[in-house]
Each structure stands twice: as structure tokens, then as C-alpha cells.
Write a protein that binds this ligand. Structure first.
Ligand code: AMP
Length: 214
């Protein structure tokens, strides 16, 4: 089964994708995570993407499409995948459609997680993750049980994203409204779009997603 999770930054796409990985045995493909790994490794792609990401703008379509096409070919995608943060523009959605047709694959569900802009800024600016296992936390809404210790793996090493500051988040939201929101209608017209309220409690959102996916 192949899924697309749509929604603004901070809607909970990453958090929910990690949960759905466990439920359905399929892999999360986050283009943001992939790009951050490229930046950390100092690759040519990483060098091109770094400044764009720090400003909260979108990396050029061609670079993203090549990256995701290669990733879908890897063995761990055979059972299915959850696209998180891709597609983000109509040309990316078009390219995904032809890429999947060429590979003999299809998208089973496109789910838009809806979230309020102001709430999203508060969510994103306080979030951080465990550097060891990637578990997500928040200064206000989701603290670890023991201060400074990851609930899942016990690590005390955490990281914050360079682009999770209020100014960049607002630019990421504008990029979302201008370039990404139109693909909601794009998939709506294809008849495969479902929506879920992303402002509900994390567990409630997961339950709704499972209901929608069936
Ligand atoms: P994310 O982790 O999904 O919030 O993505 C972080 C940043 O990576 C975005 O603000 C963009 O600069 C870049 N990025 C991630 N996915 C894409 C994409 N599909 N198209 C263009 N840029 C992307």
C-alpha cells in the first residue's frame, strides 16, 4: 500500500507517518529528512539545498524528483511507502504520477491532514527530536516523562531543526499555501483524496487515519 500525507508544516505528517510505518509495515519517505541527510553529508545536492531550506523555500522540483525516484526503487519500499513532504508542487505531483506508472505502482490513498496556521507555528517552533531514535517531542505539548531523557531509547541527546524558527516557519507556510495547497484540489479531482483533522489529539488523529485507510 502506498500513501501520500499532505498538510502544512507542523500538521503532524512526520509523527503520524512514523506510527503508520509500524501499523502497516510500510516505510516513511520524508523528502525533508532525506534532504537534511544530504546537507549533513555535505553532498553536492546537500550544498544546493542548504540555503534554500534555511530560508524556508522549496528545493527545485527536478532535484527532488530524481531523489525520490531512486529511493522508491530500494528494497524496503517493496511492501509500500508513505510519502511525507512530497509531492509539494503540481509539477512534482505530475512527475510522481508518471514515475509510478513507469514503475508499475500506484497511490492508494492521499490524505490531507488539516491544521490551523497559528497553531502550526506554535507546534513547529517548540519541537525537537531524539538524535538517537528520532522520537519527536515538544517543549509544551509533548515533554519526555523524565526531563532530558528520551522515553523510547533513553538517550539524552536531542536536536532541533535549523528551519523551525518562527520567521522561517512563516515562510514555509507561505510556500505551502502558494505551491502545495493546490495539489489538494488536484488529488480531489482524481477522487482519491481524504481529509483528517490534524488539530485533534495525536492518538485520535492516528485512529482517524487508520479508519480512512481501512
Ligand atoms: P520538511 O521536513 O518536509 O518540512 O521539509 C524541510 C524543507 O526541505 C522544506 O522547507 C524545503 O526547503 C525542503 N523540501 C522538503 N521536501 C521538499 C519537496 N518535496 N520539494 C521541495 N522542497 C522540499
Amino acid at each position: 500500500m502506498n500513501l501520500i500525507l499532505l498538510g502544512p508544516p507542523g500538521a503532524g505528517k512526520g509523527t503520524q507517518a512514523k506510527r503508520l510505518e509500524d501499523v502497516y509495515g510500510i516505510v516513511q519517505l520524508s523528502t525533508g529528512d532525506m534532504l537534511r541527510a544530504e546537507v549533513d553529508s555535505g553532498s553536492e545536492l546537500g550544498k544546493q539545498a542548504k540555503g534554500i531550506m534555511e530560508a524556508g523555500d522549496l528545493v527545485p522540483d527536478a532535484l527532488i524528483i530524481d531523489m525520490i525516484s531512486g529511493r522508491i526503487d530500494l528494497d524496503d519500499c517493496k511492501q509500500g511507502f508513505i510519502l511525507d513532504g512530497f509531492p509539494r508542487t503540481v509539477p512534482q505531483a505530475d512527475a510522481l504520477g508518471s514515475m509510478l506508472t513507469d514503475k508499475g505502482l500506484q497511490i492508494d490513498h492521499v490524505i490531507a491532514i488539516e491544521a490551523d496556521s497559528e497553531a502550526v507555528v506554535a507546534r513547529v517552533t517548540g519541537r525537537y527530536t531524539c538524535s538517537e531514535c528520532g522520537s519527536g517531542y515538544h517543549d509544551e505539548f509533548q515533554k519526555p516523562v523524565k526531563d532530558g531523557i528520551c522515553d523510547k531509547c533513553g538517550s539524552s541527546d536531542f536536536t532541533r531543526r535549523a528551519d523551525d524558527n518562527a520567521e522561517t516557519v512563516r515562510n514555509r507556510l507561505s510556500a505551502y499555501e502558494e505551491q502545495t495547497a493546490p495539489i489538494i484540489a488536484y488529488y480531489g479531482e482524481k477522487g482519491i483524496l481524504k481529509t483528517v483533522d490534524g488539530m485533534a489529539d495525536i492518538d485520535v488523529v492516528t485512529a482517524k487515519l487508520k479508519e480512512v485507510i481501512g
